[in-house]
Every structure is written in C-alpha cells, then in structure tokens.
Ligand binder design. Structure first.
Ligand code: MSP
Length: 530
C-alpha cells in the first residue's frame, strides 16, 4: 500500500458528513456545510490545494423504508433527494470538489477491498446480536438510554425496534488501548475539548464490539464473506470519505484513493455522530492498517426560538427558503458569527435581522459607502496618495490592522468562526469611530488635504483588509467591496484566489496602492426590513 505522499504544508482535505437522503436537507446539514466551506475557502485563500468533500449516505433501512413509503425504488428516491442537496449547495454558494454518493459504482469496490483487509486481520466474526435498534439513528441503543415507551432519546417520537439475529461483528474492543493512546498522543484529534471529554469518558467504560451487518435488509452492499447479510450502513458510509478521494478516471482501488489526499485533515460533524467518527472510524482504519485523519470536530445543535427543532414540533427552518429570502452571505454570516462553533446555538429571525443590519449593512457596508463617497469628492475617485508603509504603526487603525491577519488566521484554523468575524468587525467599528472623531469633512474645509488623505486611506485600507479576511464567510460581499476599491478580484474564483504570496500581501494592513482608481460606491448589503 502506498502511504500518503502529501505534505501537511500544501494540501488540505476536509469533509462534511455524508448526509442521509431520507429527506431534503435541513438547516443542520446546511450548518455543517457552511462551516466546511468557510474553512476550505480560508485554506485555499492562503495558498493550499484544497479538496472539499460532501455527499450523501444512501443505504440502510431508514432510506429503504422512506422510499417505500413514497412508492419509489430506493435508487429513484436517492436520485431525487440528491438533487435537493445539490441545489441547496448552489444557493448557499458552497464550493465543493467532490460529492460522494455511497451508491456510486466505485464505492462498492472500495468497501469490498476495505472489508477484506479488516477480515484478513481477523477483526470480523459472526455472533448473535440482541438489542434495541433506532432506525432513524441506524444505531443500537442501550436499554437504559431509552425514554418511556421505548422511544429513542434523539428521535423522541420514534420507538426503537427489537433485534435478535446473527450479525457480523467488528472487534472494536481489541482497539481500546490503541484508541486511548491516540487520544493521549494527539489531543487535537477530537475537538472541541468538551467533545473530547465525552469520548474519553465513553471509551473508559470499556468498548464493546459492534455489529457491521444486518439481515432482512436489501438496500446496501452484500457482506463480501456472506452475501446473505447486508453491510451495516455506517460501515459503508464512513468509507464514502475514501471513495471521494478517487479522481473520476481512477480505477477504484484503495491504493488509488489513498495516494493523494489521505489522510483527510478535518472531518466536520455534528455532536450526535461523534462516536462513529472518533471511536469506530479510527479503529476501523487501525484494523486496515491505514493512517488516521487529522482532526474530528463535533459542532453543536441548532435550536429555533430556543426550542429543539423537529418536524413533529413544526418548527424546522427550511434552508432553501431562508437563503432565497436573505441571500447566501446573510445566512452564512449569521450562523458562523452568531453561534460559537462547538456550542449549541439558536436561530431567531428578529435576531438574524438585527445582526445582519448592524454588522454588514451598517458597520461594514455603510462605512465603505460613506468613505468611498468622500474619496470621490476629495480625492478624485482614487485611493488617496498615501503609502501604507508610511502610516505610523501607532495609528489607531493600523495598530489594530497590523496583526489582525494573524489573529483571524488562528481563529479560522481553530474553527473559531465567530471570533474571526468579531475581530474583523472590531476593526470596522474602530473605523467608524475614527471617522466620526477625525471628521475629514471638516478637515477638508480647513484645507488639511494631507490629513484628509491619511484618514481616508486608512479607512479604505481597513475595509479592504476586513473584506479579505471575511471572504471565506461572505465571499459575495467581499468581492463587491474589493471591486469598489478598484480590484478585479473575485473571491468565488477558486483558481484565481489560491495564492500564498498574495495572501501574505493582502492579509496584512497597508497593501492598498496609492492612486488606484476606485469604483462606483454602491451598497454592498441592503438593510433587511423586519
Ligand atoms: N449519514 C450520517 C452521516 C454519515 S457520515 C459518514 C448522518 N446524516 S444526517 O443527515 O442525519 O446528519 C448529518 C449532520 O447534520 C450531522 O452532522 C448532524 O449533527 C447534523 N444535524 C442534524 N440536526 C442538526 C441540528 N438541529 N443542528 C445542527 N446540526 C444537526 O448522520
């Protein structure tokens, strides 16, 4: 087996979960995907080759039953729902490189080969599985976890089902010590800290082998060693991350799949599927003797108006409706800025409108607009004749801007999106105060043209820096700002944007060139009306 040839320095592979296709995408799927997109865009901005993976998890009893209920074949059903995902990603301006479907032809080959490696290791055996199964989770539950009337603690309106059947098991227990060593040696493997502690506590209770096959299920792959049984959907789904790494014309072998992008740098997931990614998945990979992913980050859950969201409660948020109403940047900004990534967070429409108006329409948009208008009037529509390097380091805006790039980069790298946005917004707020304090309109009347030039230059340059650093979150607004400042940059142009030298220049304060022709001042974000 060829081990990975990638270097940590120049490539970055990131995944969202592969979403179930029992229904159209909900806001939870959109949330993980927006976050993954922001990270992917940030890494690309600073020059890395990025492979951003999303996709769908299409096998299993849940999908089989949903298709039957809708009087479709499972494949027809999957194809239909997949379109809904692709449409939403387009609306949300998600740049993904691979859409991995577990029904893709190449996937079955990868699964077979992987299964064989684990089988050859002696880590799969036949045993009797008895227990309570939640079809919505596609997971066995401990009796003590269940709510009254044997309902699932996650899908509270669903009753679990009793199973007593022969299944193939994976020897998870064999990997107890190796997993514990992994968590100790690589504390960043599970993030954030609270999630890591959950896993440590779960693992310390002793790991049980888990069943990786089902009987009486057609919709899935036959177990290679025993075609009477169907492979458990999670065993198949996690491998979808590997299949995604194949190029379109690659022969579907593990060697090809793992040759360029493996190991994946970051799996972004919600907290409900942490065990699968932080315990089962690394153990499966250890068994197959493959390198492990870099980090697994489990984010929190979204609520609406303070309440758990659910179809039965009738309070779900339709991401398509939201983005059609407010546009992609607004939706991306709200969820990434307003909710500390890792914590649970709430959506409230009135708060949504207030945040967007305050941050994007006022603090940033209006700031640019009024400064550009002054530059038109006082500086012939050009960047004032000032060299960023000549502005003293103690200048109130330069002092903030000078290491903002480093702070924001650190925030993105640790997935602290809200901190990244807040740090950038603090610069915009400082600009507004600075303009009000220095009143360039008065300086102009007093004939202080040099002072006017420095004030306007330093504000325009700060807005530029803000736009550059926010571009992973609000690429359209950042593009509009850059174009009004006289650049031809398009932050949605993947190839054009991936440039490490340009990153060093643009993520620093002072790169705006004197006398560059400015564009037409136009609102970059229109105020939202409640
Ligand atoms: N198919 C599996 C993943 C397999 S990965 C190899 C799955 N799919 S899912 O569609 O049910 O969930 C996808 C993601 O949506 C999970 O990360 C889950 O945490 C997230 N969310 C579901 N509801 C959510 C909220 N209310 N809030 C935030 N995220 C939520 O699990």
């Amino acid at each position: 087996m060829t081990k990975s040839t990638k270097t940590a320095k120049d490539t970055f592979a990131i995944t969202t979960p592969l979403y179930y296709v029992n229904d159209l995408p909900h806001i939870g799927s959109a949330y993980t995907t927006m976050a993954a997109d922001a990270i992917g865009r940030f890494e690309r901005l600073r020059g890395k080759s990025v492979l951003s993976i999303t996709g769908t998890d299409e096998h299993g009893l849940k999908i089989e039953r949903t298709a039957r209920k809708n009087e479709r074949s499972p494949q027809e059903h999957c194809d239909l729902i997949v379109q809904g995902f692709e449409e939403l990603w387009e609306l949300l301006n998600i740049q993904y490189d691979r859409f991995s479907r577990t029904t893709a032809k190449a996937h079955s080959e990868i699964v077979k080969e992987f299964f064989q490696r684990v089988w050859d290791r002696g880590d799969i055996y036949l045993n009797q599985q008895k227990g309570w199964y939640c079809v919505s989770c596609e997971e066995f539950k401990e009796e003590r976890e269940l709510l009254t009337e044997k309902r699932c603690p996650i899908h509270t309106n669903q009753q679990v089902e009793w199973r007593d059947e022969p299944n193939y098991f994976f020897r998870l227990s064999k990997y107890q010590e190796k997993l514990e060593a992994l968590y100790q040696e690589r504390p960043e493997f599970i993030l954030p800290e609270t999630r890591r502690n959950e896993v440590l506590s779960f693992v310390s209770q002793g790991l049980q082998d888990f069943s990786i096959s089902r009987v009486n299920l057609d919709w899935g792959f036959p177990v290679p060693a025993d075609p009477e049984q169907t492979l458990y959907v999670w065993f198949d789904a996690l491998l979808g991350y590997v299949t995604a790494l194949l190029d379109a014309d690659d022969e579907p072998t593990l060697e090809n799949a793992l040759s360029k992008w493996w190991p994946i740098d970051l799996h972004l997931i919600g907290k409900d599927i942490l065990r699968f990614h932080a315990v089962y998945w690394p153990a499966m990979l250890m068994s197959a003797d493959l390198p492990l992913p870099g980090r697994v980050f489990g984010h929190g859950f979204l609520t609406k108006d303070g309440k758990k969201m659910g179809k039965t409660l009738g309070n779900t948020i339709d991401p398509v409706e939201l983005v059609k109403k407010y546009g992609p940047d607004a939706v991306r900004y709200y969820f990434l800025k307003e909710i500390e990534f890792g914590q649970d967070g709430d959506f409230k429409e009135s708060r949504f409108i207030n945040i967007l108006n305050a941050d994007l329409a006022n603090d940033l948009g209006n700031l640019l607009n009024r400064t550009l208008k002054m530059a038109l009037k006082y500086c012939q529509g050009q960047v004032p004749n000032v060299n960023g390097e000549d502005v003293p380091a103690a200048h109130p805006l330069k002092a903030i801007g000078i290491n903002l790039g480093d702070r924001v980069a650190e925030a993105y790298q640790t997935l602290a999106f809200s901190k990244a946005c807040e740090d950038v917004l603090a610069l915009a707020k400082a600009c507004n105060k600075y303009l009000d304090d220095l009143a360039p309109w008065t300086l102009y009347k007093q004939g202080e043209t040099e002072a006017v030039a420095e004030v306007l230059y330093s504000v325009l340059e700060s807005v530029r820096l803000a736009a550059y650093l926010l571009s992973p979150v609000v690429p359209n607004i950042s593009t509009a700002i850059y174009q009004q400042l006289g650049f031809s940059t398009d932050f949605n142009d993947r190839a054009g944007i991936q440039d490490s030298a340009r990153y060093l220049e643009h993520a620093s304060w002072g790169c705006l060139k004197a006398n560059q022709a400015l564009g037409e001042p136009q609102p970059v974000f229109r105020r939202l009306e409640p």
